[in-house]
Ligand binder design. Structure first.
Ligand code: CP
Ligand code: NVA
Length: 311
């Protein structure tokens, strides 16, 4: 790893992603050691969470350490106290920070000022821990990545960015169908194209969900209104009409395609009522795998007993 932090999925090189996933799979299958005894992780959250909070807290506990959760109301990041001071104070108490913020720039400033590693637990720009759990889930259901087609339908948001860059890093082809105005950011498109060339797979971006879904091995969607975008909800719901992942769309994919969603889901909007209950849906495996990949990540970043983590 090139830096002490995990702020973007691109902080991990392709071989590091694979090593982390194999550590996570091994921990899931065979168990783990309590290598983080005496270590503390602070969870600094500006937005709500179910999966990320519970899986990080549990990961620390299972590894012998502990976690301290700081809720949106308590933090006042940059309001009650400057980001730099929060970073410097917490660095005197804890061994790492997992941070859920609005602006990626807040996360970057925290990481710059903190003496301890900072992990992106979701920002407006990325959700790297989700992408790692998603790759582990795909591996479990499909065996490997090369030759597979992952199709993301919907908003080119934080989840889509990390997923696209993670997938293409391990040779998994990625197609996004997003309405105009909701595409992946231009810089991410450039990175995605470069990764596709480097890893001998395909990156494609289009507006037509049916064209994208044809031949998919994996169909993935996420909410149309992310946390912090509530004021634009009405316009977004209108703009995303026609982008619902439903039975009709899934019929265009391969017959053994799996359906993915990071959750929370909005049934009747981005995903049809009942679709996540069919056997092809692996959404609860994804949720479970958050725990396993974060355990591998923490053991690696804080314990150094698995793969080496150059800092
Ligand atoms: N998928 C995910 O990050 O869920 P939470 O927002 O509940 O943590
Ligand atoms: N894109 C969603 C993901 C939630 C896990 C959001 O940011 O709200």
């Amino acid at each position: 790893m090139r830096s002490k932090d995990l702020l973007s999925i691109t902080d991990l090189e392709s071989h590091e992603i694979r090593l982390l996933l194999s550590d996570a799979a091994a921990m899931k299958a065979e168990g783990w050691q309590t290598t983080l005894s005496g270590k503390t992780l602070a969870l600094l959250f500006e937005k709500p969470s179910l999966r990320t909070r519970v899986s990080f807290e549990l990961a620390m506990k299972q590894l012998g350490g502990q976690a301290i959760y700081l809720s949106p109301a308590e933090v006042g990041l940059g309001k009650r106290e400057s980001i730099a001071d929060v970073a410097r104070v917490l660095s005197r108490y804890v061994d790492a920070l997992a941070v859920r913020t609005f602006a990626q720039s807040s996360l970057e400033e925290l990481a710059r000022r903190a003496e301890v590693p900072v992990i992106n637990a979701l920002s407006d720009a990325e959700h790297p821990c989700q992408a790692l759990a998603d790759l582990l889930t795909i591996y479990e259901h499909k065996g490997d990545y090369p030759g597979l087609k992952l199709v993301y339908i919907g908003d080119g948001n934080n989840v889509a960015v990390s997923l696209a860059l993670a997938a293409l890093s391990v040779g998994l082809s990625f197609t996004i169908a997003a309405p105009r105005g909701y595409e992946l950011p231009a810089e991410v498109m450039r990175q995605a194209q470069a990764l596709a060339v480097e890893n001998d797979c395909v990156f494609d971006a289009m507006t037509n969900p049916e064209a994208a879904a044809r031949g998919a091995d994996i169909i993935y969607t996420d909410v149309w209104v992310s946390m912090g975008q509530e004021a634009d909800a009405e316009a977004r719901l209108k703009d995303f009409a026609g982008y619902q992942v439903n039975e009709q769309l899934v019929t265009l994919a391969k017959s053994d395609a799996i359906i993915m969603h990071p959750l929370p889901a909005h049934y009747g909007l981005e995903v049809a009522e009942g679709l996540l209950d069919i056997p092809q849906s692996v959404v609860f495996d994804q949720a479970e795998n958050r725990l396993h990949v974060q355990k591998a990540l923490l053991a690696d970043m804080l314990g150094g007993l698995l793969l080496p983590w150059p800092m």
